[in-house]
Write a protein that binds this ligand. Structure first.
Ligand SMILES: Cc1cc2nc3c(=O)[nH]c(=O)nc-3n(C[C@H](O)[C@H](O)[C@H](O)COP(=O)(O)OP(=O)(O)OC[C@H]3O[C@@H](n4cnc5c(N)ncnc54)[C@H](O)[C@@H]3O)c2cc1C
Length: 467
């Protein structure tokens, strides 16, 4: 059997790792085969999120939620425990939260081990440093071709779009990562505007602070919502929110959540209030920072449910409920499902307190003016904002096809292996093509976390090897 894996981010590494454990070896009845891994990025095995960057750019989840190996939540923790120097526990969450580049080291080490394991089992493994642009056979932009029986896309969600058409303007940063490079030229007293107020905006603020930034920073976003603040993890033994119990409606999911909370002697009221209560985002941030250790389980259970059961639950929902969640509740679900780490929330709180950081809920118009930018369309009374530097923090929408995979997606469509639904993403139409990650059309709009990717990768590896 010949397998092609396109993409060497967390999805590609997780798949390699799963294959290396499930694949037949020379000693088994089925014969080992060949595996070719493709990526044109300059730093393989890290994807967009975990490349070399500033120390202040941290992983956004406790180690037990960062294992790349499905079914082995301690895998990353074991690797981390062997690293020198030791990483101290985060004072808020009580577990180490390392720079994302260190997590990239983990991905790289895991990939190399998986390749070595496969080779020991008799598999031929080859890494091709190029972009895949064609199929049947897989073809790269540089002309390499490989005939494969199974193609797996782990191509991620791509990089940001230039919604304000500012590319090329001095002082404008479209792709913020790696922040070590993109913020390097920003003077400490510069007036910085950040487009967006989600996790990427939080990364940018934390990185600016780490670089000693003293100038004003303004976050601009349509809804003016900040991500929720993570709570200290407690042991979750889910009795009702399980894959076997998943219902076919949103009301059914709420009922499961209610039943799960009842196991803790708690009601669903405070969670409903979290979802529906209008609250100023900075007030919410302050309140949630004070609730990092609070015993109420509602938000913890919601995050666990979204990331552990999100995809199968999403597939069961009727189309009108999916549309309702994707349109009316997109921002609320996103802020709650992917909360920021408390240490970053505390940085934001201090900057809001001192007045160095501002948050504007607006659909701004940004025009280059006199070596900087004039930003219009802000809150009434706020007037125009002048910025020296504008940094984009808006990531591509859910299911966007990465720019580096547009040709590949089209080749797959022409070959009849996928369709491109109007809502975005790739809908697979062939038993020989598989997708792991954000571009799969049948996943929800929440950016897949590491455990979600690992579960998908394990399922794809099992499907390929059973066929
Ligand atoms: C900035 C950021 C931080 C995050 N932090 C966390 C976190 O702390 N914890 C967490 O659980 N989740 C986090 N996530 C969510 C999730 O873990 C990441 O999105 C995850 O790394 C995605 O991995 P991926 O392999 O699907 O995609 P990517 O990391 O985007 O990797 C895709 C790879 O495919 C390659 N590729 C694309 N097209 C082609 C092609 N045609 N040919 C060859 N190669 C191609 C790209 O070059 C890239 O290397 C974060 C996401 C982002 C964007």
């Amino acid at each position: 059997m010949e397998i092609g894996i396109i993409g060497t981010g967390a999805a590609g590494v997780s798949l390699l790792d799963a294959l290396s454990h499930l694949a037949p070896t020379s000693a088994s009845a089925a014969a080992p085969g060949g595996l070719t891994v493709f990526d044109g990025a300059p730093q393989p095995w890290r994807g967009r999120a975990y490349q070399s960057d500033l120390e202040a750019v941290l992983v956004n989840a406790p180690p037990v939620l960062m294992s790349i190996r499905h079914g082995d939540p301690e895998h990353y923790l074991r690797w981390l425990a062997e690293q020198e120097p030791r990483h101290p526990a985060d004072p808020w969450l009580g577990v180490p939260l390392v720079p994302r580049a260190v997590y990239g080291d983990y991905l790289e080490a895991t990939a190399h081990e998986a390749i070595a394991r496969l080779r020991r089992g008799g598999w031929r493994v080859e890494v091709v440093e190029d972009w895949v642009t064609g199929v049947a056979p897989l073809r790269t932009s540089g002309g390499t071709t490989r005939a494969v029986d199974h193609t797996v896309l782990g191509v991620g969600g791509g990089s940001p779009r230039d919604q304000f058409r500012l590319s090329g303007q001095p002082g404008f940063v479209l792709e913020p990562y790696p922040l070590a490079r993109t913020l390097a030229g920003v003077p400490a007293d510069a007036r910085v505007a950040v487009i967006g107020s989600g996790l990427t905006a939080v990364d940018i603020v934390a990185a600016l602070v780490a670089r000693g930034h003293a100038g004003p920073i303004t976050l601009l976003s349509r809804q003016g919502l900040l991500p929720d603040v993570q709570q200290r993890l407690t042991r979750l033994e889910l009795r009702h929110l399980t894959p076997e119990n998943l219902p076919g409606s949103f009301a059914g999911m709420v009922a499961l959540m209610e039943a799960e909370l009842a196991e803790h002697g708690q009601g669903i009221g405070p969670l409903v209030e979290e979802v529906t209560m209008p609250e100023h985002p900075v007030k919410r941030l302050e309140r949630q920072l004070a609730e990092v250790d609070a015993p109420y389980m509602g938000r913890r259970l919601l995050v666990a449910a979204v990331h552990m059961l999100g995809t199968p639950a999403w597939r069961r929902l009727p189309p009108d409920e999916r549309t309702m969640l994707r349109t009316t509740h997109l921002r609320t679900v996103t802020r709650m499902a992917s909360p920021m780490i408390p240490g970053n929330a505390d940085i934001l709180r201090q900057l809001f307190d001192s007045g160095q950081l501002g948050l504007q809920a607006a659909t701004p118009r940004i025009v280059p003016r006199g070596g900087g930018f004039r930003i219009r369309g802000l809150d009434e009374g706020a007037g125009d904002l002048v910025a020296d530097v504008v940094v984009n923090a808006v990531n591509p929408p859910a299911h966007a096809i990465p720019q580096d995979s547009v040709l590949l997606a089209d080749a797959l469509r022409v070959a009849g292996a996928v369709s491109l639904p109007a809502d975005g993403g790739l809908a697979v139409q062939s038993d020989d093509v598989h997708v792991v990650g954000a571009v799969a059309a049948d996943t929800s709009f929440v950016t897949p976390s590491v455990p979600a990717l690992a579960a998908q990768a394990q399922a794809v590896a099992a499907r390929i090897l059973s066929g």
